[in-house]
Write a protein that binds this ligand. Sequence first.
Ligand code: NAD
Length: 507
Amino acid sequence: MKIAVLRERFEGESRVAATPETIAKYIALGAEVAVEKGAGEASRLSDDDFQQAGATIGATAAATLKGADIVLCVRRPAADELGGVNKGALLVGALDPYGNEQDVAALAKAGVAAMSMEFMPRITRAQVMDILSSQANLAGYQAVIEASKVFDRAMPMMMTAAGTVRPAKAFVMGAGVAGLQAIATAKRLGAVVSATDVRAAAGEQVESLGAKFIMTEALKDASGTGGYARELTKDEQAAQAELVAGHISKQDIVVTTALIPGRPAPKLVTKAMVESMAPGSVIVDLAAERGGNVELTQPGKVITHDGVTIIGYTNLAGHIPTTASQLYARNLLAFITTLIDAKEKKLAVNWDDELVKATVLTRDGAVVHSAFAAPKTDTAGDTEAKPAPAKKPAAKKPATRKPSAGKATASQTSASKTATAPKADAGQAPEAKPAPRKTAARKPAAKAAAAEAGPQADASATAPAAKAAAAEKPAAKKPAARKPAAKKPAARKPAANKPAAPEGGDK
Ligand code: NAD
């Protein structure tokens, strides 16, 4: 039984689907593992590391794939890149099938059994295999790190001989996996953090992290099925827009993560709201690959509007590839382990297992997943009802796959949430109340810090801070001096281990 690990060809993809740790475990399960030369380079995993774990290094993709029973990948390879694998070989990765139905059909034609990890059910048994969670968690963390790089002030309250500097205010919109990690990270960096979500249950989680939960009476609970949010009604959207408009103008850093299964990302931050923020503020839009929560977001790009930087990276987990690969590889190992008979040292897929049924897209030359399979026609000509194939809105494809002809796709955080075709106007916020006018300057640092640190202050906060009321003063009362224009954010030196990104663009 041979497992092949490919070097990723998708532009800017820095992760790899196996690590020396997981390779050693595959070998213990009776597999031989071949890794394509250079596959781990961008994650700081050398060919030597893989060899020491027991893998062989394939000089080319073809050499690596020859005779493979399982192919592990991060992004979906093109069907014509899979020549030489055994008939019926498993292809396992974040295959991002929505909007890429032709590529899925080509995989079927190539005779591989393609398994899309994004479709892993969110059940207890499969938590260890949940790539959406492992990568969203890292993306939430990285969003705050990226914001801090661009933000030209300190995050924590600084009490120095030269005076006190107030802590940054961070606002997280959407408190799911990514949002909660963004809250925790911003807290650790010393920011005063608030967050909002439309699921009431999220409020408790936000508060347990020491952040303030922002919610209106009009928006009591918009929980949908499976722990996800439902789309808001027009009235609810208006109430939320009013809430956000009143809050966002006072924030320094905003991280948006709001998603609704099967819909485009809801637009939560209008142009007017961005313009209400002080120059130097930073927004990181984690929903960029689904169109963005921010009206001005350009997927894959960093832009500045009116002094506010808007980061629209679409693969934030890929910005910390070493950790992202480590967790992703473990997710895959956990799943592959269920597909192998360790005693017999061979593949033993139980096609009736719910994890397999949920993830398998193609098998025996056909597309078999219910969301993509062509409707069956019986002898009488009737058609069996199937769920409508979902399409991702075209505009959300930020990058171009190189060098294959495959389309650029969203990263693996999206596919399982797009099970129905989006309506043209879905997720659009109604006309928001005009955002409060921008009052660029802040409260005098020391007082503001004490007043706002409140119960959220970190260990460096002082007693007066803890006693002070946490309530924020309306922006309009703040002094009007505008901070100097924010630094241009775009060009940053890529880290040595990271592939170069186009200026201002995503990696
Ligand atoms: P997600 O990526 O679908 O959405 C992110 C967040 O955006 C959600 O919290 C959602 O409520 C919120 N949101 C949607 N519309 C919004 C709006 N208009 N304004 C503000 N916020 C909005 O969510 P997720 O991170 O995948 O998590 C969804 C749920 O699934 C959570 O309850 C999470 O705890 C749960 N979960 C369960 C498992 C498991 O059981 N294995 C794994 C991961 C997550």
